[in-house]
Every structure is written in C-alpha cells, then in structure tokens.
Design a protein around this ligand. Structure first.
Ligand SMILES: Nc1ncnc2c1ncn2[C@@H]1O[C@H](COP(=O)(O)OP(=O)(O)OP(=O)(O)O)[C@@H](O)[C@H]1O
Ligand SMILES: [Mg+2]
Length: 358
C-alpha cells in the first residue's frame, strides 16, 4: 500500500491518500468539496532509468505485398529496459513490421538488429534474444496447458517445475486438466503469455497482448509485462488499448499507412501537439450561456459550455487562479473535474494530421 500527499487545486488543502500501484481513486476534498481523480503509478515504471543502448534497431525497413507497400521505409529503435508502445490504426503495418523484426517474413529492404545481433548475419543469436506473443496464438489442441508449457520448457532447456507457477500466475491453474483446443480466445492468450515467461529472454515483442481480454485478465497481462520489465527485459507491444499504453510505456511509436508518423514519450507527444489539460466546472443556472466576466479571466485558452457545465482549457499553472476567480465573482461552483491530456487525444490528432497531409 502506498501513501501520497496531494494538494487540493482549489483550496490548497493537503490530503493524504492510500492505494496500491496502478489504482485510480476518486478524491473529495473535505475542506472545499472539490472532486478529483488520482492514479498511483505502477511500481518500477515511473522511477525507472532506461538505457540509451538499443535492444531493437529497425532501419529503413520496407515490405511490399503484390506492389502494395504495407511497411514503407520504417526506422525506429527501442532502448534496453524500455516498455515501448507500437500504435497505429487497423491495417497500419504493425503486425507486418513485427513479423519482419522476427524474421517471420522477409523484408524487401532494411536492416534489423535484436540485442545488437543482425537478424541476417547473426540469425541464431538474434532469435535466441527474443520472445514473441503473436496476434493469434495457437497451440496443440490435444495437450492440456501444463503439458503445453512442459513442451516449451523442454524446447528451451528450462526446468519444467516453473510451468505450474506460471499457470497460477496467469490464473489458469484450475483448468490444467482441460485440453487447450477447447480454451476460449482469452484463455489461449493467457497461456501464450505464460509461455513467453519461460526462460530468461532479454527482449520481448507482444502483438496486441490484451486484445479480447476482460479487465481482470488485462490486469494479469499488465502485471506480467511489469514483472518481465522488472526482471530486466525490454518489451515492445502493440495495442489499441491506449490507456494501458499510456500507463505502461516509456515511449511510443505511431505508424499509419506503413509510415512512422510519431515517436516519443506520451508527455512529449502531448506537448508537441499542444494538448492542454481541461477543467469542467458545474455552475447551476448558466443554462448554456457563458458569462462575460468569466470570458475575461486571464489564462483561459478556450471556453465552451454544455448546459450548466463550463469547459475550460488552460495551462496547468493557471488552473487554480481560474477556479478562484470564478468563485470570487460569486458563481456557485458545485463541482470541478480536471482532465489531464491523454494518449488517445494525441493519437487521434496525430492520425488525422497525417491523413490531412496525405
Ligand atoms: N500476407 C499478406 N498479403 C497481402 N497483404 C497483407 C499481408 N499481410 C498484411 N497485409 C496488408 O498489409 C497491411 C498492414 O497489415 P498489418 O497486419 O501489418 O496491420 P496492423 O497494423 O497489424 O493492423 P491491426 O491493428 O488490424 O492488426 C494491411 O493492408 C494488410 O491487408
Ligand atoms: Mg496486427
């Protein structure tokens, strides 16, 4: 359990809150009744130092299918120790890039290094350095999950005793007598995660590891990614669940129509795109009209109204002054909610910009 001290943005009252890593809690200030949300960072993510030494290097990779460029001159690198998000709309080229990195399909051109090993010149070492969870996992239908993991332990020369613990960790220990062929998509996905945990592999690529999983199982996958990373592994994963990417990833790369269109940390992407925090203030009686005196308040960048709710964007540093000024003007502020910029907003803005530019 973590303990944090938070300053109320309205009245500066200091509140003490408790929670576990990854928890998001709703807080109401006992002094002024302001409501807000606070997220406890996942352990090991916020304070982690990543190395500038690359675990994955992708240079000018192009892959064409019958004249169609699915991946077009793509370059990026993933630093050792990072959790790295690979984002893009459906059909953008993520799986094709991932398969090219793994040597599962041959790129037309470009160079790829895994953990310093070139996938063509040092193929065996490169492949030994990487663990992979495909978009669609498949196992032998007639084996149960324990037999399946034993099989992979044998392949990798790892003691089979780890198998049962891994099944417990992914929540499959109560179905060890069932055949994997009868598993649901989510159960197969979790078995895939357990399989990738076998052995001590420095670099992992997961292609949509959370897709089709219910929230409880998403949490299991998230915890496994954190655990692997704490063990020292570098992880790159593709996902459409942007909140997970935002919480887990040190940096992200965004691909659209086969081309990389952005590569940075979530914070920097928001900064470059000029996405500002938003405050929503409930003032009963406004009925869709913005009072002139509020329009004049310093620091407001944009102002909108939905019935009795004012929607304001501003720099974080002006947030307190704006709220105080509205109260000083005599408005009956009933509720305040603050929204930090999200990866989803950045993603939508970047994709639509790249579409506009053709
Ligand atoms: N074997 C193939 N033959 C022909 N076209 C292909 C092949 N594999 C992929 N493509 C095409 O390449 C493009 C990129 O596909 P890819 O599977 O890499 O997208 P993605 O970003 O992984 O999408 P999603 O988010 O839906 O998984 C798509 O237009 C797809 O139809
Ligand atoms: Mg894909």
């Amino acid at each position: 359990m973590l303990e944090k001290k938070i300053k109320c943005p309205t009245c500066n009252n200091i509140l003490t809150v408790n929670g576990n890593p990854g928890d998001t809690i709703i807080i109401t200030c006992p002094n002024c009744d302001t409501k807000g949300k606070f997220s406890f960072k996942e352990t090991g993510i916020s304070s982690k130092e990543t190395s500038i030494v690359p675990a994955l290097e992708i240079y000018n990779v192009t892959k064409t299918f019958n004249g169609f460029k699915a991946v077009d001159n793509v370059s990026f690198s993933v630093r050792k120790g990072e959790i790295f998000g690979f984002l893009g709309p459906n059909g953008a080229g993520k799986t094709t890039t991932i398969k090219a990195i793994l040597g599962l399909l041959h790129a037309d051109s470009g160079r790829i290094r895994i953990n310093g090993f070139d996938i063509k010149e040092d193929e065996i070492e490169a492949k030994r350095s990487i663990g992979y969870l495909p978009e669609r996992v498949s196992f032998y239908d007639n084996l149960n999950p324990l037999q399946t993991l034993h099989f992979f332990c044998e392949l990798q020369g790892v003691d089979k005793s780890v198998a049962m613990d891994l099944l417990k960790e992914v929540g499959l220990s109560d179905v060890i007598d069932r055949k994997v062929g009868g598993f649901s998509k989510g159960m197969q996905q979790l078995l895939g995660i357990a399989q990738t945990m076998i052995g001590d592999i420095p670099v992992y690529i997961f292609d949509e590891p959370m897709s089709g999983l219910d929230p409880r199982w998403v949490k299991i996958v998230r915890d496994m990614i954190i655990k692997l990373n704490e063990r020292g592994a570098t992880i790159m994963f593709s996902s459409h669940i942007l909140s997970e990417v935002q919480n887990l990833c040190d940096r992200v790369v965004i691909i659209n129509k086969g081309k990389i269109i952005a590569q940075d940390s979530v914070e920097n992407l928001n900064r470059y795109l000029n996405i500002k925090p938003r405050i929503e203030i409930l003032i009963p009686g406004l009925h869709g009209k913005i009072p002139g005196s509020i329009r004049k308040i310093k620091g407001i960048l944009s102002l909108d109204i939905k019935e009795d709710k004012l929607i304001i964007t501003c720099e974080s540093t002006f947030r307190m002054n704006i709220i105080t000024e509205i109260k000083n003007q005599g408005f009956d502020v009933k509720d305040i909610q603050t929204f930090e910029p999200t990866l989803e907003e950045a993603f939508i803005k970047i994709i639509s910009r790249s579409e506009e530019m053709g």
